[in-house]
Design a protein around this ligand. Structure first.
Ligand code: PLP
Length: 402
């Protein structure tokens, strides 16, 4: 007797046996996998046999992406999380417990500061923000119950560079671990584990995936810090979407090319801005005038990243005029896209800080942050020049060169 359509249609299929492998990876959207028998299920869930059961615990697209990221960082272990913030949360939840203390750079990404100085307090974890460019101050911030120091390789928006080797040596002498948010550099510019970091956090949303169409994060680290990570990811629900992982892996395919191109253009843009009288200061670690230039030369791979910040002499009105004039550069408070974008820290990423704190850090209403893309360097410099022309003054210097 013929089967009924309502029975045929809903039943799961088996994939055909394939003698050839697809060149592009499939997307495994399955939330759950079929186990052969209870014994296999038990071995899989206990981690005694490799394989997948439930996608919150792991899935092939996360593993494909995570394995590439692990190799990019020379890490023993890597895990892909649902966002950069969930990767940072995974670091906190796997490494810290009530009664512990965490020291954090006072220039961290805004949400990271909120997590590490506000939210952790609700879990009984204390914290101290400190200027981690100052090693003495950093040492004073370490107490007997300090377990972790969290810094960023390159800070936002002033692009200060953390001395990872010095910070690692300092904290290790006190039995403290170093976690580094490497989002603004990425592994093509800097591999923090090589300088002694214990854990690396990255927002894959930005430079790594590179197309502004996914939200993902990465946590990687050493074997000895990893024991709680898989359990934390699954139990706190920090895991990733297969489709986002697939898109990120696709974006990652061109990361080395994108970073190389964008960093070369960023240097050209920084040099151009430094030559302009409307600009009070340019922040780019590739310029000899940057306070961390020598450190950046030692710690980076010869490139200095794709982020350039600058402060206009005439403050907020000049910044508004620049943003209105720079019609080719979208105002997007994110970074790492294919196209050049700009952000205005005082009204976006740093709006939570008081005017005084912003001033003390050197972030003014006239500060603009550029995320340099992969367009031709000539067109990026021309787009920036168009923004400066919006300030309404003739510079008398003729068209930009780069
Ligand atoms: C964007 C960002 C994060 C957070 O990443 P999401 O993927 O947006 O959650 C963390 N740190 C830095 C430096 C970032 O730029």
């Amino acid at each position: 007797m013929a089967e009924k359509p309502e029975d045929i249609c809903p039943r799961p299929d088996f994939l055909p046996d394939q003698p050839t492998q697809p060149l592009a990876p499939p997307i495994y959207t399955a939330a759950v996998y079929r186990c052969r028998d209870p014994e296999q299920a038990e071995r899989l869930l206990a981690g005694e046999e490799p394989g997948y059961v439930y996608s919150r615990d792991g899935h092939p697209n996360a593993d494909l992406l995570g394995e590439k990221c692990r190799r990019l960082h020379g890490a023993a272990r890597a895990a892909v999380c649902g966002s950069g913030m969930s990767a940072l949360a995974a670091a906190v939840l796997s490494q810290l417990a009530a009664g512990d203390h965490v020291a954090v750079s006072n220039q961290l990404y805004g949400r990271s500061l909120q997590l590490l100085t506000g939210e952790v307090g609700r879990l009984g974890i204390t914290s101290t923000p400190v200027d981690t460019c100052n090693l003495d101050a950093t040492e004073r911030a370490l107490g007997t119950n300090t377990k972790l120091l969290v810094v960023e390789t390159i800070t936002n928006p002033l692009l200060r560079v953390s001395d990872l080797a010095a910070l690692a040596a300092l904290v290790h002498s006190r039995g403290v671990r170093l976690a580094v948010d490497n989002t603004f550099a990425g592994p093509a510019i800097c591999q923090p584990l090589e300088f002694g970091a214990d854990l690396v956090v990255e927002s894959l949303t930005k430079i790594m995936s590179g197309h502004s169409d996914v939200l993902l994060g990465l946590l990687c680290g050493r074997e000895e810090n990893w024991s709680r990570v898989p359990f934390v990811l699954s139990t706190w629900g920090l895991s990733s979407s297969p489709f986002d992982c697939w898109l990120a892996a696709r974006g990652l395919g061109t990361m080395a090319l994108r970073v190389d191109r964008a960093a070369a253009s960023a240097l050209a843009v920084a040099q151009f801005l430094a030559s302009r009288h409307e600009v009070q200061v340019v922040h780019y670690p590739g310029l000899a005038s940057h306070p961390d230039h020598d450190l950046a030369r030692r710690q980076f791979n010869g490139r200095f990243g794709s982020m350039v910040s600058f402060t206009l002499k005439d403050g907020g009105p000049a910044a508004a005029a620049f943003m209105a004039g720079a019609r080719q550069i979208p105002f997007c408070p994110s970074l790492g896209d294919l196209s050049t974008t700009l952000s205005h820290p005082a009204s976006t990423s740093h709006r939570g800080l008081s005017h005084e704190v912003r001033q003390a850090q050197g972030i003014g209403a006239g500060t603009i942050r550029l995320s340099v893309g992969i367009e031709s360097p000539e067109s990026i410099v021309a787009a920036v020049a168009e923004g400066l022309a919006g300030l309404g003054e003739s510079t008398g210097r003729g068209p930009p060169e780069c």
